[in-house]
Write a protein that binds this ligand. Structure first.
Ligand code: MSP
Length: 516
C-alpha cells in the first residue's frame, strides 16, 4: 500500500507581516507536496498560523486591540500571500480554532493523569518589562541584566512542568537507530549533541495573571498553556488525531507520520527535543515519529532580516512585480535545501531571464514555430535518434530520485540542463538546413518529434515549481491532462500524427528598466 506522504510546515507568527523567509519555507513545502502528488502518492499538506502567546498579546496591546482581533488580521495576510504564491495546502492550522484547543486540553489531561506533568515552584530573576524569566544567557559580560529588561526582581512562581528529562535516553537511542530522522545529516548531529546536554524539565504553563492569551489548562483554570506546547500539537490536531471520544482516528493513522518542514532556528529545542519527547510521552511508537527536514535562512547581504534594520523583503511585492513563478523558481534554484541563501533581486531577474525566458521559454517557442512552419504542427513518430530520447527519459528518472530525496535545487539543475540539451540539439541538427533537403525529411521529422517529446517531459518536471507555466506548456503542446510523473518516463508517448498547438510566449523577458 502506498505510504501517505504528509508535509507540515512550521506555522508562522510574526507581528508585522510575512517576509521572504516565511515564503521560502511555504514554497519549499508546496513544491514537495506538488511533486509527491504528481508522483501519485497521497499527500496531506498542512500549514497555518501560531496565534497564541506573549508576543501576540503584547503586540495587540500596543495596537490597542484584542489579541483575537490582532491575530485575525495577521492571519489574513498569510492566507492572502499563500494564495498569491500558488501555495496549495490541504488543511489550515489556526491554533485559536476550537477543535485544536480541545485536542490540546485532552492531551494535557491525559499526560497529567499519566504523571507526565507535575506542579512545582520556580524562583528566578524576572523582568517585569518583558514579562519573562531571565537566565544567565541574558546577563551581560559584567554579570548584570541590561537596561532593556527594565526592573529585574527575584520572584517565585508555581507552574506546571512536563517531564522532559525522563525522555532523554529514549531520544538518544531513537536518533541513533534512525540516522535519517533529520535532514541534512549535520542537523541530526547538532540535535544529538543538544540532547546529550539536556537536563531539566519543560515549563508548560503560564499564570493567567501575566499571560491570558492562551489555552487554559484543563486541570487548573489559573493557567494557560505555554505557546510552543500548544503550537506543536497543531501537527496532529489538524490531521484528525482526535475528532471523537478517543485519539488516533483511522484517518489520522493513515496520514501519519509526517515530514515536518522547518527552519534551522526551531530544530533545537522545539521540534527536535520538545515535540519528539511529547509524542513519545503520548504513546507514539518509534515508527510513528515524524522526520524533520531542516532548511536554511534567507538572509539579506549576509545578515538576518529584522524590523530594526529595516531590511525586510516583502514576497508579495516581488510576486506583483515579477510574477509568483519567477519568485518560486528563484528561491528553489538559488540554494540547496539546508543552506542559507542571500536574497538578491538582481539574481532573481538574472535567473528569470537566462533560465526561464531564454532556456525554457525560447525553446518552447522555437520548437513549436519550426514544427508549425515545416510540418503544419503535425508530428511523425519515426524510428530515429532513439538514444537521444532515451537520455531525456533517463534525466526524468534522475529528477524523480532527487525530488524524492528533497533535493529541489539539484532536481531543477537536471530539468534546466535538459532544456539546455534541447537547445544544443537544435543548434547541432539545424532543422532549418534539414528542411531544405527532401532527402533529410525523416531526420527533420525525428528532430521535431524528439523536441516535442522532450518538451512534454519538461512540462511535467517543472510542474512542482512552476505549475502555471507547466500548464501553459502542456496546453501549447496539446499534451493535455494533469501532469503525472509516471508519464515523464513513458517512451514516445506523443502519438504518430499528434497535432501541436500554437506557440505563445511563456516568460517574456524582464527588461532592465522594469526591474528598477
Ligand atoms: N511560530 C513558530 C513556529 C511554530 S511551529 C509549531 C515560529 N514562527 S516564525 O514566524 O518565527 O517562523 C516560522 C518559520 O519560518 C520557521 O520555520 C522559521 O525557521 C522560518 N523562517 C523565519 N525566518 C526565516 C528566514 N529568514 N529564512 C527562512 N526561513 C525562516 O517559529
Amino acid at each position: 500500500m502506498a505510504k501517505t506522504f504528509f508535509i507540515t510546515t512550521a506555522i508562522d507568527y510574526t507581528n508585522a507581516a510575512p517576509h521572504i523567509g516565511h515564503a521560502y519555507e511555504k514554497i519549499l513545502a508546496d513544491v514537495l507536496a506538488r511533486y509527491h502528488r504528481i508522483a501519485g502518492e497521497p499527500v496531506f499538506f498542512l500549514t497555518g498560523v501560531d496565534q497564541h502567546g506573549q508576543k501576540v498579546q503584547q503586540s495587540a496591546q500596543k495596537q490597542g486591540v484584542a489579541p483575537a482581533e490582532f491575530a485575525r488580521e495577521i492571519t489574513k495576510k498569510f492566507v492572502g500571500l499563500w494564495e498569491k504564491l500558488e501555495v496549495r495546502y490541504d488543511n489550515w492550522a489556526a491554533t485559536t480554532d476550537e477543535l485544536h484547543q480541545g485536542v490540546v486540553q485532552k492531551i494535557l489531561q491525559r499526560l497529567h493523569d499519566a504523571g507526565e506533568i507535575y506542579k512545582a515552584s520556580y524562583s528566578g530573576f524576572y523582568s517585569v518589562r518583558q514579562e519573562q524569566f531571565l537566565t544567565d544567557k541574558e546577563r551581560g559580560p559584567d554579570g548584570t541584566f541590561g537596561e532593556e529588561w527594565g526592573e529585574v526582581t527575584e520572584i517565585a512562581e508555581e507552574n506546571y512542568y512536563f517531564r522532559l528529562a525522563k525522555h532523554r535516553e529514549w531520544l538518544l537511542n531513537y536518533l541513533d537507530a534512525h540516522p535519517k530522522a533529520v535532514t541534512p545529516a549535520y542537523r541530526q548531529t547538532e540535535l544529538r549533541n543538544a540532547v546529550e546536554k539536556l537536563s531539566g524539565d519543560l515549563c508548560i504553563s503560564r499564570p493567567k495573571a501575566r499571560l491570558a492569551w492562551g489555552i487554559e489548562l484543563p486541570f487548573d483554570p489559573d493557567y494557560v498553556t505555554y505557546v510552543w506546547f500548544d503550537a506543536l500539537i497543531n501537527y496532529i490536531s489538524f490531521a484528525g488525531y482526535w475528532n471523537g471520544d478517543e485519539p488516533r482516528t483511522a484517518e489520522f493513522v493513515e496520514r501519519w507520520p509526517a515530514l515536518h518542514v522547518i527552519g534551522k532556528d526551531i530544530l533545537v529545542p522545539a521540534h527536535g527535543i520538545y515535540w519528539l519527547a511529547m509524542l513519545h510521552a503520548m504513546g507514539f511508537a518509534d515508527g510513528e515519529i515524524p522526520s524533520l527536514l531542516v532548511h536554511g535562512y534567507v538572509n539579506i547581504a549576509g545578515t538576518k532580516m529584522s524590523k530594526s534594520l529595516g531590511n525586510i523583503v516583502d514576497p508579495g511585492l516581488l510576486a506583483d512585480k515579477y510574477g509568483a513563478e519567477a519568485l518560486r523558481y528563484y528561491l528553489m534554484r538559488e540554494a540547496a535545501v539546508g543552506q542559507d541563501m542571500d536574497f538578491s533581486e538582481d539574481r532573481l531577474v538574472m535567473r528569470y531571464n537566462t533560465d526561464l525566458a531564454n532556456d525554457l521559454g525560447n525553446l518552447l517557442n522555437r520548437s513549436l514555430n519550426m514544427a508549425q512552419k515545416y510540418r503544419a504542427g503535425i508530428l511523425k513518430r519515426v524510428d530515429a535518434e532513439r538514444e537521444w530520447l532515451a537520455g531525456v527519459y533517463e534525466t526524468a528518472a534522475q529528477y524523480a530520485d532527487r525530488m524524492s530525496g528533497h533535493q529541489v535545487q539539484a532536481a531543477l539543475e537536471l530539468a534546466f540542463g535538459l532544456a539546455g540539451k534541447c537547445n544544443a540539439y537544435i543548434e547541432a541538427q539545424a532543422p532549418w538546413k534539414l528542411a531544405k533537403d527532401p532527402a533529410l525529411a525523416d531526420r527533420l521529422d525525428a528532430v521535431l518529434y524528439n523536441l516535442a517529446e522532450a518538451l512534454r517531459v519538461l512540462a511535467i518536471v517543472i510542474a512542482p515549481v512552476l505549475p502555471e507555466a507547466a500548464r501553459k506548456m502542456a496546453e501549447q503542446l496539446n499534451a493535455g491532462a494533469a501532469p503525472a510523473m509516471g508519464d515523464a518516463c513513458a517512451d514516445r508517448a506523443l502519438a504518430d500524427g499528434h497535432e501541436l498547438g500554437k506557440p505563445s510566449p511563456l516568460f517574456p523577458r524582464i527588461e532592465a528598466a522594469a526591474a528598477e
